[in-house]
Design a protein around this ligand. Structure first.
Ligand code: HAM
Length: 417
C-alpha cells in the first residue's frame, strides 16, 4: 500500500517548530494591536467569482493557481489564494462602512496557491496581513509601510529593501496601458509564451514576468510614473515625504506592478536580501485598491493593505534562544504514588506552572532520562516521605542542586528561575 503523506507543497508544523511560528504570530498581533487593528477571520472557502472579479482574470493566480471545484449544488468554490478579497467581501457583507468611517483589520492564516513548490514557495502558505478601509491616504500608506519595517525589525530581519511605486488612478492606467502596448507590440514575438498570450489583455503583467526575455524587454519600457494624473503624482510625493519624515528607508521602483489586478496608486513590496531564501525574495506585498470595494458591489471606499509571507520570514529570521516549554518534570518513586502525582501536577498547573510527568510507571532512571530530554529545568521528585510531608524534592537538572520544598512553594520557586 502506498505510504500516506501530506499533499505536495503543504507542510506539517511539529511542536518544536510551532514555537517559532508563535513568535511570528505573537509579535505581529502585539504590534498591530498598538495601531488599533482588530482581527477578522473569514472562511477558507469562498465563491470562485469573488477572486475572479477582484484579483483579475488575466493573472497567474486566477489563470492557473487556484484550487477550485464544483460543489454538490453546482456552485464553483475556491480555497482562498489570498486574504484581501475575502476581507473586502466580509466588510461589504456586514455593512461595516455604515458604522465606522475608517476600519482597520488584520488577519493571520493559511492561503492556497497551486504554484510549483520550491524553497519559500508552497501550496499552503501563511500570511499575516492588514487592511484599512475608508482612508484615501497617503499618510496612512506611509504608516502601513513603516509598520511592516518595524515588524521585520522586531524579528531581527533588517537586511531588506522596500520598493515603492504608484499606479495612479482613473485614466492613468488606461493611458499607460496604451503607451506600454505601443512599446511592446513590436517586441511581441520575442516575449515569453505567457506574456504573448496576455499582451493585449494585460500588458502590465509583462513588467513583472520572471522570464528573462521579458525582463530584458521590460527594461526599456515606458515608466508609469511619467503617466500619473496630477492628483496621483501629488499623492506619491506626499507618501515619499511622509516616509522620509519617519526615517523609513525605501527605493522607488517604477517597474513594480505586482501580480494582482486590483491595485491603484500606492504599491509596495519588501524584499529580503539574505538568509536561506536567497536575494530578492518578496517577504511582503501590498498596495492601495481604491476601486475594488465598489467593483464588488460595496460603497465607493478607498482601501489599502499588505500581506507578509510568514513561511518566508521563518527562512530569514535569526534564531532566538529557544524558550523551555516546561517548568518542571515530575518524577514518581513507586508506581502506587501515580494517583497522588496526578493531584500534585494538577496543583502546580493550577498555580500557573507548566508540568509534565511520566505516568507509565517506569524506573527512576528512565523517568530521569525523560526529565533530562524534556526542556524542563527542574525535576520534581515525589516519594513516600515527600507524599507524607506534603513536599517535593526540587532538583535543578543542569547543576544537580536539590532542595526539599513544601508543595505550595514549588510553583513560585521554579517559575522565578
Ligand atoms: P502577494 O504578493 O500575492 O500579495 O502575497 C504576499 C506575500 O505572500 C508575498 O510577498 C510572499 O511573501 C507570500 N507568498 C505568496 N505566495 C506564496 C507562496 N506560494 N508560498 C509562500 N509564500 C507566498 C497578496 O496576497 C495581497 N493580498 C497583499 C495585499 C493585501 N494587498 C493589499 N492588501
Amino acid at each position: 500500500m502506498a505510504k500516506l503523506r501530506s499533499v505536495k507543497g503543504m507542510n506539517d508544523v511539529l511542536p518544536e517548530d510551532a514555537v517559532r511560528w508563535h513568535r511570528l504570530e505573537d509579535t505581529f498581533r502585539e504590534l498591530v494591536a498598538r495601531y488599533g487593528f482588530g482581527e477578522v477571520r473569514t472562511p477558507l472557502v469562498e465563491s470562485t467569482d469573488l477572486f475572479v472579479r477582484s484579483i483579475g482574470e488575466a493573472t497567474d493566480i486566477v489563470e492557473k493557481e487556484m484550487y477550485t471545484w464544483m460543489d454538490k449544488s453546482d456552485k464553483s468554490l475556491t480555497l482562498r489564494p489570498e486574504g484581501t478579497a475575502s476581507a473586502a467581501r466580509a466588510w461589504i457583507q456586514h455593512s461595516v462602512g455604515g458604522q465606522h468611517p475608517v476600519s482597520k483589520w488584520f488577519y493571520v492564516g493559511p492561503m492556497y496557491r497551486r504554484e510549483r513548490p520550491a524553497k519559500g514557495r508552497y501550496r499552503q502558505f501563511f500570511q499575516a496581513g492588514c487592511e484599512i478601509y475608508g482612508d484615501p491616504g497617503p499618510f496612512v500608506d506611509a504608516e502601513l509601510i513603516d509598520l511592516v519595517v518595524r515588524y521585520l525589525s522586531a524579528l531581527g530581519i533588517q537586511d531588506i529593501e522596500v520598493l515603492v511605486n504608484s499606479l495612479g488612478a482613473g485614466e492613468t492606467r488606461e493611458r499607460y496601458r496604451e503607451a506600454l502596448l505601443e512599446y511592446l507590440r513590436p517586441h511581441a514575438s520575442e516575449l515569453s509564451e505567457d506574456s504573448q498570450r496576455r499582451l493585449e489583455r494585460n500588458p502590465l503583467r509583462v513588467l513583472d514576468s520572471k522570464a528573462p526575455q521579458d525582463q530584458a524587454i521590460a527594461e526599456n519600457a515606458p515608466q508609469i510614473l511619467d503617466y500619473l494624473d496630477e492628483e496621483s503624482a501629488q499623492h506619491f510625493e506626499d507618501l515619499k515625504t511622509a516616509l522620509d519624515a519617519m526615517g523609513t528607508p525605501y527605493v522607488v521602483e517604477p517597474r513594480l506592478v505586482r501580480g494582482l489586478d486590483y491595485y491603484t496608486r500606492t504599491l509596495f513590496e519588501v524584499r529580503g536580501r539574505g538568509g536561506d531564501l536567497g536575494a530578492n525574495a518578496a517577504l511582503c506585498g501590498g498596495g492601495r485598491y481604491d476601486n475594488m470595494i465598489k467593483e464588488l458591489g460595496g460603497p465607493d471606499t478607498p482601501a489599502i493593505g499588505f500581506a507578509i509571507g510568514l513561511d518566508r520570514l521563518l527562512l530569514v529570521m535569526a534564531d532566538s534562544e529557544p524558550k523551555p516549554s516546561l517548568d518542571g518534570f515530575l518524577v514518581v518513586r513507586g508506581k502506587e504514588l501515580r494517583g497522588q502525582a496526578l493531584a500534585v501536577a494538577q496543583k502546580l498547573r493550577d498555580a500557573g506552572c507548566r508540568v509534565d510527568a511520566d505516568l507509565r510507571g517506569g524506573s527512576m532512571k528512565s523517568q530521569f532520562r525523560r526529565a533530562d530530554k524534556s526542556s524542563a529545568p527542574f525535576a520534581l521528585v515525589l516519594g513516600d516521605a515527600e507524599a507524607e510531608a506534603g513536599t517535593l524534592q526540587v532538583k535543578e537538572l543542569a547543576t544537580g542542586d536539590q532542595q526539599e520544598l513544601p508543595i505550595e512553594q514549588v510553583a513560585d520557586a521554579i517559575m522565578r528561575r
